[in-house]
Design a protein around this ligand. Structure first.
Ligand code: PMP
Length: 366
């Protein structure tokens, strides 16, 4: 918005200007307390109210049922790669199924192998992670403790539009929702565990949110570090030790803003419109811009594309876009190309400016 640039970073990512301004106004003297919220006891009344409101607003956004606990954790989504098998599997020989749809689900799988007998139920690697499986092609082990998916692959731009049914004995589906959390409604009751690092859609890095079915809490493997045991945090309302107070406070402001926008269904409409004009521009470029992802699973959050003219032109594209105030468009170092991350907080005007630039760049460099 009004900061002179549009930030297309994949995470940490752009936050709503109104949220930043509100945090700025409250930074030095939080609501008349004479202190910043980052200087206060996490057990004091101000922070207690802030974390309770953040949880209540998040519950309202997703209509989280009473069957599920909301946890504010640390260590990033990466820590949940270990916490999930430690909490859900009895030991390293207990099976778990993973759909590998990109770099992030692959990392989750590799970490889970240390604490479970994790196996690959489907992999998109041979197709360069440009597709998702038809759900009946996922080879599920009926003995698996859970089926793990990554709902949106941040690097490859592959997003589930619906979710597979877990066909394992416990019926547990687990999702890493780091990069599309709060971008659309989700039926939480279908999931055993949802986890997400905050730093894409909902706040600063440092807090990781987990929504966990309560009956799955309390069975962690004996070797589980106290900080990775869901029970530790569920029993202590996410205040077992000092939480990332400031990050949780900002998430709370973002949740309030999402509710004020009309909730996640409204937010999804905006996201679909933004992504739509960007994909339409790519597809109408006569092959000048190429998005390799299968149309039915293209991400509304992360839009990777290449230029048919090659890496030198991609470099020029990224540099010229930056000069015009559109920054952080470089693709992930592992795949190259261009990536526009257009999370909730990216204004429509930012995407409109990007597509205008794309058309102009093409016209100038045929
Ligand atoms: N999963 C996904 C889908 C991600 O995008 C990321 C971060 N880019 C991670 C996991 C890792 O998250 P963190 O950096 O919070 O550990």
């Amino acid at each position: 918005g009004d900061r002179g640039i549009y930030n297309f970073a994949a995470g940490p990512a752009t936050l709503p200007l109104s949220v930043l301004q509100r945090a700025q106004a409250e930074l030095v003297d939080y609501r008349g307390s004479g202190m910043s919220i980052m200087e206060m006891s996490h057990r004091g009344k101000e922070f207690d109210a802030a974390i309770k409101k953040a949880e209540a607003d998040l519950r309202a956004l997703f209509a989280v049922p009473d069957t599920h606990a909301v946890l504010f954790l640390q260590g990033g989504a990466t820590t949940q790669f270990a916490a999930v098998p430690l909490n859900l599997c009895a030991g390293p020989s207990d099976p778990a199924d993973f759909v590998i749809s990109g770099s992030w689900s692959d990392k989750a799988f590799k970490e889970a192998k240390k604490y479970s007998a994790a196996s690959v139920a489907w992999s998109g690697k041979d197709g360069k992670y440009t597709a998702l499986p038809p759900f009946d092609a996922i080879k599920q082990n009926p003995e698996a403790r859970f089926l793990h998916i990554c709902s949106n692959e941040t690097i490859h731009g592959v997003e589930y539009k619906d979710y597979p049914e877990p066909r394992n004995k416990s019926g547990i589906l687990v999702a890493d929702m780091s990069s599309n959390f709060c971008s659309k409604p989700v039926d939480v009751s279908r999931f055993g565990v949802i986890y997400a690092g905050a730093q894409k859609n909902v706040g600063p890095s440092g807090v990781t949110i987990a929504i966990v079915r309560k009956d799955l809490i309390g069975n962690a493997q004996p070797i589980t570090p106290v900080m990775l045991d869901f029970k530790t945090h569920a029993d202590n309302a996410s205040l077992y030790n000092t939480p990332p107070c400031f990050a949780i406070y900002i998430c709370g402001l973002v949740f309030e803003d999402l509710l004020a926008q009309g909730g996640l269904a409204e937010v999804e409409k905006k996201n679909a419109h933004k992504a739509g004009i960007l994909y339409d521009t790519i597809d109408a470029s006569s092959g000048y811009y190429i998005c390799p992802v299968e149309k039915s699973v293209r991400s509304l959050m992360n839009v990777p594309f290449t230029l048919a003219k090659g890496p030198d032109f991609e470099k020029q594209f990224i540099a010229e876009a930056a000069k015009e105030g559109m920054v952080q468009l470089k693709g992930h170092r592992s795949v190259g190309g261009v990536r526009a991350s257009i999370y909730n907080a990216m204004p429509l005007a930012g995407v409109e400016k990007l597509v205008a630039f794309m058309k102009d760049f093409q016209a100038r460099n045929p």
